[in-house]
Design a protein around this ligand. Structure first.
Ligand SMILES: [Zn+2]
Length: 466
């Protein structure tokens, strides 16, 4: 397996370079023909790889690519592999060491790296599936995979997947499966191969306060009318208690606490807080009392003030009582919280602040909640396919110990789980790959490990009852 994959190292890098040269930035309307070209490139590559069915699925936005290769084994499980072919914008472009869409290979501190926008997020992680499948077929002598394979590679992930849920609903009859494998995540670090087992959900909200109809002279009127800037500060100050717990009524009701065994698994990760703080560019950690940093990120829900503004913010001073004030908030959710509950919880929270006088008469309030929000998503720890993922990673990384990580971020995985089935994560991205930032890179050796792991996975899942 390893030899088969290693022999194709140059071919994989050439393929990846060709694909990365297509600037498929989904957030930029001027790049929409490039996103289309990227879909076509990938579709052509899949046909070349032997997929009997390859289709470009248009959406109201950018196209997705679907491919299918059924197994000849009648009782083989069906797997949907999810990834995306669009990429993040490249600015600030002056911080790139070379042109972002002219990928190049260089010797990094830990081996060869390929640098360019999308090399790991997510084109590299999608591409290794072609090589993994080829390795699976070659090393088993099969003419069809041991699992019925469906690949769904969307074109709008970096733009918030605005049409992805509708795509899943429209194409549900084509996407039936036993499990979903997501290849858009990574491992804990180079020395600690691991498997992601959960991602958080998210809800965003905005609060707009109004006071007097116009800004007022703070001498003539200040101290005698309510000030919306003061009130917005009071509201956000009440979001957490002194222990860092979110104060929306019922916020924690559906939170599934980690079991002692799951906490122990988190503790096993070789977390270096000093290094993490350096990455965070923060002087200290802070959060919900009684939780470790990794738990706070991966296993606990949060409320965050993303921005707060109002009144005069320019140079010098301006002695006014402002007429309005605003805040952007976001909430990260964990299993089994429902994003649909957060709006009502926020309304109840603000209603209580109105009742106790924190939001006084004379202050108008508008709450806007982005619905439906994103649900949290997690792999059932006792799912037999998770065992297959772990065994495949063990083989690819020559280790007995594969740890589990919990992602703090949120994505379309929750829709996959809700509409298609249990979601498993298999990815080889590194925390220092600088995704979404200048000089994004992929560790070439890890791309090959990804191909290897996938090849093991199809063979293993083919004989696992899922
Ligand atoms: Zn991605």
């Amino acid at each position: 397996m390893r030899e088969f994959v290693a022999a194709r190292r140059g071919e994989l890098l050439a393929d990846l370079s060709e694909w990365v040269r297509i600037p498929s930035v989904s957030a930029d309307p001027e790049r929409s023909s490039d996103v289309q070209a990227s879909a076509e490139w990938w579709a052509a590559r899949l046909r070349e790889a032997g997929f009997p069915t390859v289709e470009i699925w248009p959406t109201a936005g950018a196209p997705a690519v679907f491919a299918e290769w059924p197994s000849d084994d009648a009782d083989a499980p069906t797997v949907v592999v999810y990834g995306h072919h669009d990429v993040q914008p490249v600015d600030p472009v002056e911080l790139w060491e070379s042109a972002p869409f002219e990928p190049f290979v260089r010797q990094g501190p830990h081996g060869e790296e390929i640098v360019g926008r999308g090399v790991i997020d997510d084109k590299g992680q999608v591409l290794y599936h072609v090589y993994g499948l080829a390795a699976h077929l070659a090393t088993t002598g099969r003419t069809s995979p041991a699992v019925s394979l469906k690949l769904l590679v969307e074109g709008e992930e970096e733009n918030g997947s605005p049409h992805f849920r509708q795509l899943l609903l429209d194409r549900r009859d084509r996407l039936g499966c036993d499990v979903v494998v997501v290849s858009d995540t990574g491992i804990f670090d180079r020395a600690t191969p691991s498997v992601v087992v959960s991602m958080r959900g998210m809800v965003r909200a905005r609060i707009d306060l109004t006071g007097p109809d116009g800004d007022l002279h703070s001498g003539q009127f200040g101290g005698a009318v309510p000030n919306p800037a003061t009130v917005i500060a009071r509201i956000v100050a009440r979001l957490h208690d002194a222990d860092g717990r979110v104060q929306l009524p019922g916020f924690y009701d559906k939170v599934v606490e980690l079991t002692p065994q799951q906490r122990e698994l988190v503790e096993r990760l070789p977390f270096d807080e000093a290094a993490w703080l350096q990455t965070a560019q923060s002087r200290a950690t802070y959060g919900e009392k009684g939780q470790t940093t990794l738990e706070r990120i991966g296993a606990r829900p949060t409320a965050e003030v993303n921005g707060i503004w109002g009144g005069y913010t320019g140079p010098g001073g301006k002695t006014i009582v402002p007429s309005e004030a605003h805040a952007h908030l976001s909430f990260r959710l964990v299993a089994d919280q429902d994003p649909g509950d957060v709006g009502a919880q926020l309304e109840a929270f603000l209603g209580a602040l109105r009742a106790d006088g924190t939001i006084p008469d004379g202050i108008g309030l508008a709450l806007t909640v982005d619905r439906p929000g994103v649900r949290p998503c997690s792999t059932p720890m006792d799912h037999p396919a998770l065992g297959a993922v772990v065994r495949s990673m063990q083989k690819a990384f020559d280790t007995d110990e594969i740890l589990f990580t919990r992602e703090g971020g949120s994505g379309p995985e929750a829709d996959l789980e809700e509409l298609l089935g249990p979601v498993l994560f298999m990815g080889v991205l590194l925390p220092d790959d600088r995704i979404h930032a200048p000089n994004e890179k992929a560790d070439v050796e890890l791309l090959l490990k990804g191909a290897e792991a996938v090849a093991h996975l199809w063979a293993d899942l083919g004989s696992t009852a899922v």
